[in-house]
Design a protein around this ligand. Structure first.
Ligand code: PLP
Length: 413
C-alpha cells in the first residue's frame, strides 16, 4: 500500500483544546495512518518518495508541505514534538539527539559572537562545559551566578546579554528559582529567558506560564522514564523554533524515529509516574531528615526549605530528586552508598528505578575545588533520584547504609 499524507487521520487540535496535561500526554500529536492502528506508528525511514519529479521539486522548494528526509522531517519525531509542545503550552517543539544537543541548537540558532549569557551556577555539569569551553570559543561569554540571588543576576546583566539560562529546581541541591522575577529581568534587557525543565517536566511546572521564552528538556530523563534512550527537545514560539529547526536541518543533531517512538510511549505514563516519584521522594525526605547520621536534607517539599513557598507556587509537586549531607566526609558517603543492595549506583536520574550518586566524584567531579564549594558539592553529599518502587523497600535498602555507618566493620547487613 502506498502511504499518502492526505490519508493521514490527524486528530484535530480543537478536539483536545483546554484539556489537561494528563490527557495531552496520552493523546496530543498522534497521527494515524490508513491502517487505523491504535498505538503510535513508527516510521524508521531515512527518506520519503514522491509521486512525480514535479512533486519532489515542490517539496524541496518548500512550495508543498510534506516529508523529505528524516534529518528534518519524520512523522514519528513530529508526533513527539507536537505532544510535548501541547503539554508545555508552547507553539512548537524541535526534537534533538540529546538534551545537550537541545541546548547547543538553541545557542547556535539564537546567539552570535559577542553575545553574553548569564547562567545559574548549579546547572548540569556538561551544560557548564558547553558554555565555558565551547560557546566561549565562538565569542559567546558566560557569567555564572547563584540561582537564587536576584541581585547577582541583575548585576551580571550587560548590554550584550542575550540569554538568561537556568534549571529549577537545581541539581543536586534542589534550589528553586523565581521564574517570574528572572523573566522580567531578561525581558527588560531584551534577552531570552531559557529554562531547562528536565527535573519537573510539564506535569509539575510549565515555565512558559512564568515568562520563559524557551524550554529545554533532556528527554533521556523523566520523559522516557525507563532509562532506554538519549534525546532532547526545545519548546517555544514558532518564530524562535524556526531558527532552531533551521540549525537542526543544517547541522543534523536529529532525534531518531525509534527514540521518538519510545519517548511518545514514555509521555503516556509521565503524569502518573511523576506523581509516584513526588510521593516517594517527599516521604523519603521526611524520613531522612529524622536520621541521626544525616546532617541536612535538600528537598523543596520540606517546610524548612528556603524556597518551599515559591516551589509550592510554581510547581504542582516537588519532584523526584533529593540530596542529603551525611555526618562525615567522602568515606562515610561511599560506605553508605556501597551498603545499599537494591538501589542502583548510577549517575542517571528520572528513571522508575531509584538511583544513588556521589556528586563530588561523578556528576560534578570535573568542577574545580572552588567551584565545588560555590555550588555546595561537598564530599559528604549523596543524591538520590527516587524511583517508583515501594517506599518501604527503599527505606529498607537505605537503612543498610545507615547500619554501615554505625558498624563500619560489618556494615553490609
Ligand atoms: C541530563 C541532563 C541534560 C543533558 O541531557 P542529555 O540527554 O544527557 O544530553 C541537560 N540538563 C539536565 C538538567 C540534565 O539532567
Amino acid at each position: 500500500m502506498t502511504f499518502r499524507r492526505e490519508e493521514n487521520v490527524w486528530i484535530p487540535e480543537s478536539d483536545l483544546e483546554g484539556m489537561s496535561v494528563d490527557t495531552l500526554a496520552v493523546r496530543a500529536g498522534q497521527i494515524r495512518t490508513g491502517q487505523l492502528e491504535h498505538s503510535d506508528p513508527i516510521f524508521p525511514t531515512s527518506s520519503f518518495v514522491y509521486g512525480s519529479a514535479a512533486q519532489a521539486a515542490a517539496r524541496f522548494g518548500g512550495d508543498e508541505p510534506g516529508n523529505i528526509y528524516s534529518r528534518f522531517t519524520n512523522p514519528t519525531v513530529q508526533a513527539f514534538e507536537a505532544r510535548i509542545a501541547a503539554m508545555e503550552g508552547g507553539e512548537r517543539a524541535v526534537a534533538t539527539a540529546s538534551g545537550m544537543a537541545a541546548i547547543l541548537s538553541t545557542c547556535m540558532a539564537l546567539l552570535k559572537s559577542g553575545d553574553h549569557v548569564v547562567c545559574s551556577r548549579g546547572v548540569f555539569g556538561t551544560t557548564n562545559v558547553l558554555f565555558q569551553k565551547y560557546m566561549a570559543k565562538f565569542g559567546v561569554e558566560t557569567t555564572f551566578v547563584s540561582l537564587t540571588d536576584m541581585e547577582a543576576w541583575s548585576s551580571a546583566v550587560r548590554a550584550e546579554t542575550r540569554m538568561l539560562f537556568i534549571e529549577t529546581p537545581s541539581n543536586p541541591l534542589c534550589e528553586v528559582a523565581d521564574m517570574d522575577g528572572l523573566a522580567h529581568l531578561a525581558h527588560e534587557n531584551d534577552a531570552l529567558f531559557v529554562v531547562d525543565n528536565c527535573f519537573c517536566t510539564p506535569v509539575l511546572q510549565r515555565p512558559l506560564e512564568h515568562g520563559a521564552d524557551i524550554i529545554i528538556h533532556s528527554a533521556t530523563k523523566y520523559l522516557d522514564g525507563q532509562g532506554r534512550c538519549v534525546g532532547g527537545v526545545v519548546v517555544g514560539p514558532s518564530k524562535l523554533m524556526e531558527e532552531v529547526y533551521g540549525f537542526l536541518r543544517s547541522a543534523g543533531p536529529t532525534m531518531s524515529p525509534f527514540n521518538a517512538w519510545v519517548f511518545l510511549k514514555g509521555l503516556e505514563t509521565l503524569p502518573i509516574r511523576m506523581r509516584a516519584h513526588c510521593d516517594n521522594a517527599l516521604e523519603l525526605a521526611l524520613w531522612l531528615d529524622k536520621q541521626p547520621t544525616v546532617a541536612e536534607v535538600f528537598y523543596a517539599g520540606l517546610q524548612t526549605h528556603p524556597q518551599h513557598e515559591l516551589a509550592k507556587k510554581q510547581q504542582k509537586g516537588f519532584g523526584g530528586v533529593l540530596s542529603f549531607r551525611l555526618k562525615g566526609g567522602r568515606e562515610e558517603a561511599w560506605r553508605f552508598i556501597d551498603a545499599t543492595r537494591m538501589i542502583s549506583i548510577t549517575a542517571n536520574l528520572g528513571d522508575v528505578k531509584t538511583t544513588i550518586t556521589h556528586p563530588a566524584t561523578t556528576t560534578h567531579g570535573r568542577l574545580s575545588a572552588e567551584d565545588k564549594v560555590a555550588a555546595g558539592i561537598t564530599e559528604n553529599l549523596v543524591r538520590i533520584s527516587v524511583g517508583i518502587e515501594a517506599v518501604e523497600d527503599l527505606k529498607t535498602d537505605l537503612e543498610r547504609g545507615f547500619q554501615a555507618l554505625q558498624n563500619p566493620n560489618n556494615g553490609n547487613v
